[in-house]
Design a protein around this ligand. Structure first.
Ligand code: BGP
Length: 476
């Protein structure tokens, strides 16, 4: 069977992690612009505005703003069929609440999408990827405020209209579910511009935020289809696959519950168009008032279901009721360590088989919805040899395993339509702000201490992924 004809092979990035040019073309300040450099054991600091003397890696990122023609030409050499990026909201509406869009920002993406088409690549565009206007945080309290729904829909409609003949594939909110952990202040800020206040019920805040985003996402789908009925508009879920640590039925149930609330809740709302029953028990147990969910909202959510389900997959974790079990880090949350798996230097457990399992679970859950993996990749320290070569076999091994798992899932009957690896060109890490955590097939000479000339070079994985794209996954 193998990969279907027209399968979308490519790579994925987000505007704030590669563009730089943070004050060019009339761009406003985004939430990513007030986050400092962190490290494996050092969380990124969220500062009160841009504070002189602090290091903000996203301000320059890899300067894609000035290098995009060169970068796209390189990606095309690998045989990319598509390229996923986001539109920085702050280039289009610098403060988020204007009524007039910023022409210079719109023009930048016109040029970018034209360049992609010139090289035969399909743009795949995320509307909100951890980079909302900072003004919406300070003035409105982020997504806790319902006014954000209108601002977002205005932004979505503006770009849908402008790029209706250039972009077919869209997704609304990147990893909408990764803010489900109330103990992590980081994701509440990056995803939704929420800064918690002392003493408030964080659960209530987060679920109200999620509800506003569900309504905004559904309205965007509805409006998008009016603008171009051929649009494919998807959701985007951070899928960390969860296994019970032991056969203890208590662990099985704990994994089941966590899977529902971390992985399934948001997908169910956006694919099936209604809140799943299990979440109401959770609301009750955490004293979450749900009076903000109106009948009108329910209708919007029902009408604005997504056309395809997209997700990121980096790792799996285990779940247990044993409080003394050893833990491991994760994408945006922790889990119990799996004794059968190895992990990256950042503690992310490597589990290709988990991808086949996940694709089957998702297909079973949403049988009529095409699936796309829009992020998968291996963050690692790379070494540049004296002759400039970079031998990243570990990255090739990671991808080989995951692409093999995709092939198996397709044999299982899963309707997988595409695969974009995370960070085909090195960029700034979302979690740590580091350059040192590299994902690319293309190396960028830029370092955490601010040195480097932004020059690009090919790693071994570049030549390997080229074969994969060009053979439609036959040669891995
Ligand atoms: C996802 C985000 C991406 C990306 C990736 C890797 O959660 O959607 O923006 O950064 O994870 O994470 P990190 O950059 O922290 O290594």
């Amino acid at each position: 069977m193998g990969f279907p004809k027209g399968f979308l092979w490519g790579g994925a990035v987000a505007a704030h992690q590669l563009e730089g040019g943070w004050q060019e073309g009339g761009k406003g300040i985004s939430v990513a612009d007030v986050m400092t450099l962190g490290g494996p054991n050092k969380p990124r600091e969220i500062t009160d505005g841009v504070v002189p003397g602090k290091i903000y890696p996203n301000h320059e990122a890899i300067d894609f703003y000035h290098h995009y023609e060169e970068d796209i030409a390189l990606l095309a050499k690998m045989g990319f069929k598509c390229f996923r990026t986001s539109i920085a909201w702050t280039r289009i509406f610098p403060n988020g609440d204007e009524t007039e869009a910023n022409e210079a920002g719109l023009k930048f993406y016109d040029d970018l999408f034209d360049t992609l088409h010139r090289y035969g690549m399909e743009p795949i565009v995320t509307l909100s990827h951890f980079e909302m206007p900072y003004n919406l945080v300070t003035k409105y309290g982020g997504w806790r405020n319902r006014k954000l729904v209108d601002f977002f829909v205005r932004f979505a409609v503006t770009v849908f209209k402008r790029y209706k003949d250039k972009v077919k594939y869209w997704m609304t909110f990147n990893e909408i579910n990764n803010q489900r952990d109330v103990n992590t202040e980081f994701t509440a800020f990056t995803n939704s511009g929420v800064l918690y206040k002392d003493g408030e019920n964080r659960y209530e805040v987060l679920y109200q935020v999620a509800h506003h985003e569900f309504v905004a996402s559904a309205l965007a789908v509805i409006e998008g289809h009016k603008i171009n009925p051929d649009f494919m508009i998807g959701n985007m879920i951070a899928h960390t696959t969860l296994y019970p640590l032991t056969p203890n039925p208590k662990d099985i149930l704990a994994a089941f519950d966590e899977d529902n609330f971390k992985n399934n809740f948001c997908g169910d709302v956006q694919v099936r168009g209604e809140y799943p029953s299990f979440i109401f028990r959770y609301f009750k147990e955490h004293n979450i008032d749900t009076s903000y969910i109106t009948e009108e909202d329910k209708k919007i959510i029902k009408e604005g279901t997504v056309d395809f389900y997209t997700f990121s997959y980096y790792m799996s974790n285990c779940v247990t009721v044993d409080e003394n079990a050893e833990t491991t880090a994760g994408n945006m949350s922790k889990g119990a360590k799996n004794p059968y798996l190895k992990a990256s230097d950042w503690g992310w457990q490597i589990d290709p088989d988990g991808l086949r399992y996940t694709l089957n679970l998702l297909h079973d859950r949403y049988p009529h919805t095409p699936l796309m993996i829009v992020e998968n990749g291996f963050g690692a320290f790379d070494t540049v040899e004296e002759d400039g070569s970079i031998h990243d076999d570990y990255r090739i091994d990671y991808f080989k395993g995951h692409i093999h798992a995709m092939k198996e899932a397709i044999e299982d009957g899963v309707p997988l339509i595409g695969y974009t690896t995370w960070g085909p060109i090195d960029l700034v890490s979302a979690g740590t702000g580091q350059y040192a955590k590299r994902y690319g097939f293309i190396y960028v000479d830029r370092h955490d201490d601010g040195t480097g000339d932004f020059s690009r070079s090919k790693k071994d994985s570049f030549y390997w992924y080229k074969k994969v794209c060009e053979s439609n996954g036959e040669e891995i």
